[in-house]
Design a protein around this ligand. Structure first.
Ligand SMILES: C[S@@+](CC[C@H](N)C(=O)[O-])C[C@H]1O[C@@H](n2cnc3c(N)ncnc32)[C@H](O)[C@@H]1O
Length: 344
């Protein structure tokens, strides 16, 4: 039904406020709720938008219906501007950091990249720039991204009550690690935590804001990410808790003092695991991230932890191993939680 037709037939069930919940449930169970319009309250009565009348209820024609914004998909936003074979290659997904849209675009669509960027901005009017994403590179996890619409890639992203100021062209922020960041927000109360790969504060800030550790030592090697880490500590008012440290965690990680160590890096994390374990006091907890072939999940990640602890004469009690996300075809990003005791 077109919007004009829908407007002409803007039927609503009118009910007393006290009966509104029951009526709404009934309308939903009958499948006649008109989801394009909002439920309205007028003069002490509630108007529930419906697609057809409901016997034994007062049904009115709404004078001023209020509509949800129509969600427009990318293909229709570009309808007349792209050849049909190009439409088939359009991205099906993207993600939003603050007010920046990040999208991967098929190489054959390069001539249309800025058109696609502008179309995305028309779908999300609150956003101000679109970045084409070519992936993350190297030990410092630097993104390769190009602005295809708008001017500036700086933004403040809010997640689970934590503010992350960042330049989406210069520092990474993994959408796929969202659940893990949320999980970490429950850990660390009263503890001394060492975050060996802190980035802009992905895990440190979630813990500091929600669990209030005694102290979080947040170590970061990339000076750009470190600068944002410092700003984010202030932005989230956790200066008393999070101590930013610029440098290589292989050199800066303390020994024998931490209640919890977070190793939020993949691919090379095994090179640092000895340092991570050595940082823990007896009974402390390690969160060891690593990428492993999917057919060796979870054993490969778990073995890294058990072997590294053993080589220090310590025992790793594996609490769990979680699949954080698919990293690449046939490769899983895993995290092992382990309690590291003193003796074997
Ligand atoms: C992959 S990011 C963290 C991503 C995060 N887990 C998330 O949820 O999005 C890892 C960070 O570790 C930093 N890093 C890499 N090697 C390091 C080292 N040896 N010492 C300290 N930081 C390091 C990188 O610069 C990067 O900012």
């Amino acid at each position: 039904m077109s919007r004009a037709t829908a407007r002409n037939a803007s039927l609503a069930v009118r009910t007393k406020r006290i009966d509104a919940d029951t009526t709404l449930k009934r309308v939903i169970s009958l499948g006649i709720l008109d989801k394009s319009r909002k439920v309205l309250e007028k003069n002490g009565f509630v108007e529930i938008p419906v697609k057809e009348s409901l016997p034994d209820c007062e049904v009115v024609l709404q004078e001023e219906p209020s509509y949800y914004r129509e969600t427009q998909d990318l293909a229709s936003a570009l309808d007349n501007e792209l050849p049909p074979n190009a439409l088939r290659l359009l991205p099906r997904g993207w993600y939003i950091l603050g007010d920046i849209i990040v999208v991967k675009i098929h190489p054959d669509l390069t001539p249309y990249a800025s058109l696609i960027g502008r179309a995305l901005l028309s779908i999300y009017p609150r956003c101000h720039a679109v970045l084409r994403d070519y992936g993350i590179e190297g030990q410092l996890r630097e993104p390769r991204r190009e602005i295809i619409a708008g001017m500036c890639a700086r933004t403040v992203h809010r997640e689970n009550g934590v503010l992350f100021k960042l330049d989406a062209q210069k520092v990474m922020f993994s959408a796929g690690n969202l659940k893990e960041r949320m999980r970490m927000s429950h850990f660390g109360k009263g503890e001394f935590v060492v975050d060996m790969f802190a980035g802009i504060g992905y895990f440190s800030l979630q813990m500091a804001v929600h669990s209030r550790p005694r102290r979080v030592m947040a170590i970061e090697l990339n000076p750009v990410a470190f600068e944002y880490l410092c700003q984010n500590i202030v932005l989230n008012r956790v200066e008393e808790i999070v101590e930013p440290v610029l440098g290589d965690c292989a050199k800066m990680t303390p020994e024998g003092v931490a209640d919890r160590v977070v190793m939020g890096m993949v691919q090379v994390t095994d090179k640092y695991i000895q340092k991570g374990i050595r940082a823990l006091r007896p009974g402390g907890i390690l969160h060891y991230h690593q990428t492993v072939p999917s057919w060796r999940f979870p054993e490969a990640a778990v073995e890294d932890v058990i072997e590294a602890a053993k080589s220090q004469g310590r025992k790793a009690e594996i609490l769990q191993c979680i699949r954080v996300k698919k990293f690449s075809p046939g490769v899983v990003h895993a995290v092992v939680d382990a309690q590291i005791e003193m003796d074997i």
